[in-house]
Design a protein around this ligand. Structure first.
Ligand SMILES: Nc1ncnc2c1ncn2[C@@H]1O[C@H](COP(=O)(O)OP(=O)(O)OP(=O)(O)O)[C@@H](O)[C@H]1O
Ligand SMILES: [Mg+2]
Length: 352
């Protein structure tokens, strides 16, 4: 059973903003492969796993697994897919504290209609498979993190799912345990099964057959140094932003559609002033469109570079303002790292 993801796009709408969590992602994985989803926090790993598990419907794009068109499933077929095709392992194990390891593994089987005796036998053999036969009667509180995660893996294997999904399964483990859990996941990626594991830990890469990198940096055409002609747009309102910009020369204005039609200029920035910091700092989409008023040059800085330039205290202030003033203008915001506030601000302070 092969896995095919084609043009997968997920947009979340929250507080009036559209967050593009996945943008036109495509990949294939073959039966027997261990696929690693590698990316920093917020890059869409959980979102992708939720789509693979058919818990979340993508905005666009398709997923197919073997003969199943996952993104088209409804009703009984959807329930059946979730129940018997997919097994899920969570970062926080999600074991029931009052049940023993064995009971944690056999209870979902019994809930699914397997007889008590068969469920118990199956659970015992799964615990053996993950190397925990001698811990079967311990409760989660009496197990190490790595052992708990192995119980969670055994539980996810209950229905022998051909698609096993694990969301940062090693995030809460120390390194000696990480290795055991990874070797287990590696061994489970055998013919007839695809294992998909999300992580932001690059050390896991050598174990994978395939690495899908989710950078969180979506193609908005951003480059470090940009020359803009008069009227040229640097970024559009609503797009994802990863860079903060400094004006080298010329002038940039931030605009937004005006309520009554036309455009409203939120602010203009000249040489040495910076703009567009809140989208990359907070993961917001750009709150306005940035356009060159005249021929201009700008330099894009990553968040790390920007932090180094202005200092962490300044970042905290900026974020504090973003949180409390809801992006509204307050004259105190100093935008130039070196000289005093030279900004000719018109209207409200943009959050882009
Ligand atoms: N229910 C939601 N509503 C709005 N935005 C969401 C929702 N869920 C996730 N997002 C946003 O979508 C993006 C991707 O989130 P996701 O949880 O998939 O990332 P992740 O890679 O799993 O991150 P982490 O490593 O922190 O778990 C983030 O910008 C996040 O803020
Ligand atoms: Mg996540």
């Amino acid at each position: 059973m092969d896995l095919t993801v084609d043009g997968l796009t997920v947009e979340y709408t929250s507080a009036g903003y559209v967050v593009l969590a996945l943008d036109n992602l495509s990949f294939r994985a073959n039966s027997g492969e261990l696929v690693l989803l590698l990316g920093p926090s917020g890059s869409g790993k959980t979102t992708l796993l939720s789509c693979l598990a058919a818990i979340l419907k993508p905005t666009r794009g398709t997923i197919s697994f073997g003969e199943t068109a996952v993104t088209g499933l409804t009703g009984k077929a959807l329930t059946e897919y979730r129940r018997s095709t997919v097994g899920i392992v969570f970062q926080s194990f999600n074991l029931v504290p009052s049940l023993t390891a064995l009971e944690n593994v056999d209870s979902p089987l019994r809930a699914g209609g397997v007889s008590a005796k068969l469920a118990r036998e199956r659970a015992a053999s799964l615990l053996e498979q993950v190397g925990l036969s001698d811990r079967a009667h311990h409760r989660p509180g009496g197990l190490s993190g790595g052992q708990q995660q192995r119980v969670a893996i055994a539980r996810a294997l209950g229905n022998d799912p051909p698609l096993l999904l694990a969301d940062e399964p090693t995030a809460h483990l120390d390194y000696s345990q990480v290795e055991i859990v990874l070797r287990l996941l590696r061994s489970l990626a055998a013919p007839g099964r695809v294992v998909v594991v999300s992580t932001h830990d690059e050390r896991i890469v050598p174990l994978a057959d395939r690495v899908i990198e989710l950078t969180g940096e979506l193609p908005t055409g951003e480059t470090k140094k940009r020359k803009l002609k008069a009227d040229e747009v640097l970024f559009e309102e609503g797009t994802r932003g990863t860079l903060v910009y400094i004006v080298d020369s010329g002038q940039i204005e931030i605009t937004r559609p005006a309520p009554g039609g036309g455009e409203q200029v939120l602010a203009t920035y000249g040489p040495k002033e910076y703009f567009g910091e809140l989208a990359p700092l907070l993961g917001f989409p750009r709150a306005g469109t940035a356009r060159a008023v005249k021929n201009s040059t700008v330099t894009g800085l990553t968040v790390a570079e920007f932090r180094q330039m202005v200092g962490s205290a300044k970042i905290a202030t900026l974020l504090g303002k973003a949180g409390t003033s809801k992006g509204r203008s307050n004259g105190a915001a100093r935008r130039t790292p070196r000289k005093a506030d030279a900004r000719k601000s018109r209207g409200s302070r943009p959050r882009g």
